[in-house]
Design a protein around this ligand. Structure first.
Ligand SMILES: O=CC(=O)O
Length: 314
């Protein structure tokens, strides 16, 4: 019997590939760089499954190039916005992602970014490197502490809830959240469901952990920043396009909000000459949300298992 064929669009963990190779014929784009579009279109022809990552655009063209035998598109990511999910659904192609194994890693990174942004750690590190670290000064690089301040979370799913759970012991005054549904899992933390305007107006720290969709795309724009506290710190570890980059730049320049910590940007990567890079009150990380050894291994293995469940059902 011929083995199901799988195309893997990136160099991934051997453990995941070995799992797939037990039952499938596997071809890998063995590079840490994106597979060129032409190569992708050529290599997916006739496969039963595509193992992709967040940067591979899996649209109608790719699905057509693959052919009608394609059973699953499994992405080694939480996000699925790079996949034409409606098109997959209409063709009975199963789309799988890896949310559970990456939530802790993403929540931890969000908390780390919140802390380094609030405590102005980047300015401190630069001062140390530049020889500006003199004697103790009473008013030098003073940040904002979390104790007795309001933490707001937009998107109270696995990551948002994980952030709330981790931040509670910091002694935050209130945990406010807004989501499309009222998530009762906030009850244990005394988290309060509020409408979007209340979230914007009352949060001292506003963390974005919601999904990118038609409602959230471009949500953080000029008018929205004007509703926030001028002392507020915005953290986005979700998706870049939720925040309009130029409007955020202006809001930070005009003191409409105090600071921002971004793990993702729009565009991504943000060009090195973008004004946000030159601003002391903006910390930008290169999309490190799920970058832990464990999370990435688990994500790769889960993706392989998702494929096996579809192409080799018991
Ligand atoms: O951004 C990364 C992911 O969705 O896993």
């Amino acid at each position: 019997m011929t083995k199901p064929r799988v195309y893997v669009t990136r160099q991934v963990h051997d453990e995941a590939l070995e799992l797939l190779r037990e039952k499938c014929s596997v071809e890998v784009w063995n590079s840490d760089e994106l597979v060129p579009r032409d190569e992708l279109l050529k290599k997916v022809k006739g496969v039963d499954a595509i193992f992709c990552t967040i940067n591979d655009i899996i649209d109608e063209e790719v699905l057509n190039a693959a052919g009608p035998q394609l059973k699953t598109v499994a992405t080694m990511s939480v996000g699925t916005h790079h996949i034409s999910t409606y098109e997959c659904k209409s063709r009975n192609i199963y789309v799988a992602n890896t949310p559970d194994v990456a939530s802790d890693s993403a929540a931890e990174l969000t908390v780390a970014l919140l802390l380094v942004t609030a405590r102005r750690c980047l300015e401190g590190i630069e001062a140390v490197k530049n020889g500006e670290w003199g004697k103790w000064k009473p008013m030098w690089i003073c940040g904002t502490e979390l104790a007795q301040r309001n933490l707001g979370i937009l998107g109270f799913g696995r990551v948002g809830f994980g952030v709330a759970r981790r931040m509670k012991p910091f002694g935050v005054k209130r945990i406010l959240y807004h989501d499309v549904v009222h998530a009762c899992m906030g009850d244990d933390l005394n988290a309060e469901y509020v409408d979007l305007d209340t979230l914007l107006q009352e949060s001292d720290f506003l963390v974005i952990t919601c999904a990118l969709n038609g409602i959230t795309q471009g949500l953080f724009r000029k008018e929205i920043f004007k509703k926030m506290k001028s002392t507020a710190i915005l953290i986005n570890t979700s998706r870049g396009p939720i925040v309009k980059t130029d409007d955020l730049t202006e809001a930070l320049q005009n003191g409409e909000i105090a600071a921002a910590g971004l793990d993702i940007t729009d565009p991504e990567p943000l060009p090195t000459d973008h004004p946000l890079h030159a601003m002391d009150n903006c910390i930008i990380l290169p999309h490190l949300g799920t970058n832990t050894t464990q999370a990435r291994l688990d994500m790769a293995i889960n993706t392989a298992k998702n494929i096996l469940a579809m192409v080799c059902p018991r």
